[in-house]
Design a protein around this ligand. Structure first.
Ligand SMILES: Cc1cc2nc3c(=O)[nH]c(=O)nc-3n(C[C@H](O)[C@H](O)[C@H](O)COP(=O)(O)O)c2cc1C
Ligand code: SF4
Length: 429
């Protein structure tokens, strides 16, 4: 396997700048600064690189939205990594941090930005400290600071620690948080590329997305496109967790070579050999899939899961085995979203609250068939009515588990019916 992103698996000390440079590091940046910024954007666009933070938006297209005459541009690196089951950005930053810094600097050159903020989740405080060290290492070699590589271009990189809110991974909430405001999403449009941090044009990219960029500049578009598919080129880091023997990150080219079956195998197989029942392809936010042979053998890329009503997202794959009651699983995810809703819009704030209340009825064996209809009804009233995607994410665990695992709900509702039918205890029993 060729690692494009997790190169630390091949070169264990790549986090040290001398090792990174000895293994081709910062060559992409050196090539980029020899090019016109717009040619760098064209190269990234032609590579077909798509955002690894969840939405899969083409990176070069996003960079191209930055107005060419902008006087002040920012790069915001999304290192919030809060999706349940996602831990890929952590490995990149801990083990291959210069690749992220190099990718961010190339993004800055391409968009003529002079400031890069790395917004990192607060729980990763030790990684933020590490990144601060790595920034200084790169500065000492002339890759950060004044007149980078003798070009006359200045660029600074700062880390900014979040404070434990999932919603601050949403790009506009992240910008508000960076500005010192409450971390709540903004209404789009305007999009950050036009009106972002401090109302200036801003590129926001995920850590893994930016970590792909040095390879594209150094090795070229065709080299990148030899991996993956026409529409989803490159590799993807899949975060494997749940009922697998060896949870962890697995990097594979998207498409034929990456299937859930292969990922489970590479993650050491199922715990105690118990068969998989459900697959969460992207943590709590994308709809769960039943672990049928058809699903297990699907080639994974940004397109393949769409006909099944779900998506690859950040590829935080959580495998749930046959022992899992999907009503219980949906309740856990609903509680998460109710807790993380920023409360700004009524359908999300109230909807997640009421979904949580109805799931409590199932938990207390007080639910009946009407409660299944009620869940679906509340979820339906949230859909399409929220400012940001969290409101949509919150609906997914409810609707997808009702759709794919109706028997779990029927059994849960039947427990109440059994209780109702049981004879009243007689005094003295
Ligand atoms: C509720 C919510 C949470 C998100 N959390 C993250 C996150 O932790 N990391 C991330 O990179 N993107 C996250 N995103 C996606 C970002 O809004 C944005 O699409 C992404 O950072 C863009 O980078 P990319 O184009 O490189 O993927 C989240 C989106 C939503 C709606
Ligand atoms: S959908 Fe939810 S999380 Fe997003 S802005 Fe509205 S209330 Fe906040």
């Amino acid at each position: 396997m060729t690692y494009l992103v997790l190169r630390n698996r091949d070169i264990p000390d790549i986090k040290e700048i001398d090792s990174y440079i000895a293994n081709g590091g910062y060559e992409g940046l050196k090539k980029a600064v020899q090019m016109q910024p717009e040619d760098v954007i064209t190269t990234v666009r032609d590579s077909g690189l798509r955002g690894r933070g969840g939405a899969g938006f083409p990176t070069g297209v996003k960079w191209n939205f930055i107005p060419k005459d902008a006087e002040e541009v920012y790069i915001a690196v999304n290192a919030d990594e809060s999706e349940p089951g996602t831990f890929k950005d952590r490995e990149i930053m801990e083990e291959n941090p210069h690749q992220l810094l190099e990718g961010s600097l190339i993004a800055a050159w391409a968009t003529k930005a002079e400031t890069i903020y790395i917004y990192i989740r607060g729980e990763y405080w030790d990684i933020a400290d590490l990144l601060d060290e790595k920034i200084e290492e790169a500065r000492a070699k002339g890759f950060i600071g004044q007149s980078i590589l003798g070009t006359g271009w200045n660029c600074e990189v700062y880390t900014h620690r979040g404070a434990g809110a999932y919603i601050c991974g949403e790009e506009t909430a992240l910008l508000n948080s960076l500005e010192g405001k409450r971390g709540q999403p903004r209404i789009k449009p305007p999009f950050p590329a036009v009106n972002g941090l401090y109302n200036k044009p801003t590129v926001i990219n995920n850590v893994e997305t930016l970590a792909c960029v040095p390879y594209i500049l150094d090795q070229g578009v065709e080299a990148f496109r030899q991996f993956g598919t026409e529409k989803s080129p490159g590799t993807k880091v899949f975060c494997m967790s749940g009922h697998v023997n060896n949870p962890g990150n697995i990097e594979l080219p998207m498409g034929e070579e990456a299937t859930f079956r292969k990922l489970i195998e590479m993650a050491g197989g199922m715990v105690d050999g118990i068969a998989p029942k459900g697959i969460l392809p992207a943590g709590a936010s994308a709809a769960i899939l039943p672990a049928t042979d058809e699903i297990l053998d699907l080639p994974l890329d940004y397109e393949s899961l769409q006909p099944y009503g779900t998506g690859l997202g950040s590829a935080s794959v959580i495998i749930l085995n046959e022992t899992v009651d999907m009503v219980w699983a949906a309740q856990k995810m609903t509680t998460f979203f109710a807790h993380e809703s920023c409360g700004q819009c009524t359908p999300c704030r109230e909807g997640t609250y009421w979904l949580e209340r109805v799931y409590e009825r199932f938990d207390h064996q007080m639910a009946d068939d009407q409660d299944i209809i009620l869940l679906d009804n509340v979820a339906g009233q949230m859909t399409g009515k929220c400012i940001c995607a969290l409101g949509e994410f919150a609906v997914n665990p409810v609707r997808a588990t009702i759709k794919h695992f109706p028997d779990d709900y029927k059994q849960a509702a039947a427990r109440q019916a059994e209780q109702d039918a049981a004879p009243e205890p007689v005094a003295g029993d």
